[in-house]
Design a binder for this molecule. Structure first.
Ligand code: DHK
Length: 153
């Protein structure tokens, strides 16, 4: 059975490409989603790509991933810096977790420099836009496959 990766997106990610500041590029969220699904297909993994503006729904999805996913890619967006509930849910997921951000959060305002998600993440990809999402999926797939085989990445 192919490996399954949950790609969870937080609040306002649905507005990517529409943000007048251009921070998140010009590609729409549905287009980014299609890119990610196509990339996962080339890797032979199943990608479950979701977005929610609601913290509790994201917590529910992380809990669901415990039984259904081999790895998580997560961009918790604004909840990255505030949500201990998301951190606790991620800490209860004992498989690879890749934290992804479209923008380079360390180049931005100081309030974006502390990520609770990082406390649970295996690794972080930031600042590379949707390319970073593809890299995050590749990393999650590699780490999940290595874990399944009990081997090296
Ligand atoms: C996305 C957001 O919506 C912001 O709240 C984060 C992140 C950064 C991103 O770069 O993808 O601060």
């Amino acid at each position: 059975m192919p490996l399954t990766i949950f790609f969870l997106n937080g609040p306002n990610a649905n507005l990517y490409g529409l943000d007048p500041s251009g921070t998140y590029g010009t590609e729409s969220f549905p287009a980014i989603r299609e890119r990610c699904l196509a990339h996962a297909q080339t890797l032979g993994v199943t990608l479950d790509f979701r977005q929610s503006n609601h913290e509790g729904e994201i917590v529910d999805w992380i809990q669901e991933a415990r039984a259904k996913a081999d790895a998580i890619v997560i961009n918790a967006a604004g909840l990255t810096y505030t949500s201990i509930a998301i951190l606790d849910a991620l800490l209860a997921f004992d498989k690879p977790i890749i934290e992804a951000h479209m923008s380079n959060i360390w180049k931005r305002e100081p309030f974006r420099h502390h990520s609770f998600v990082s406390k649970a993440a295996t690794g972080v990809v930031a600042g590379l836009g949707a390319l970073g999402y593809e890299l995050a999926i590749s990393a999650a797939a590699r780490l999940a496959a290595a874990r399944a085989e009990g081997g090296q990445t």
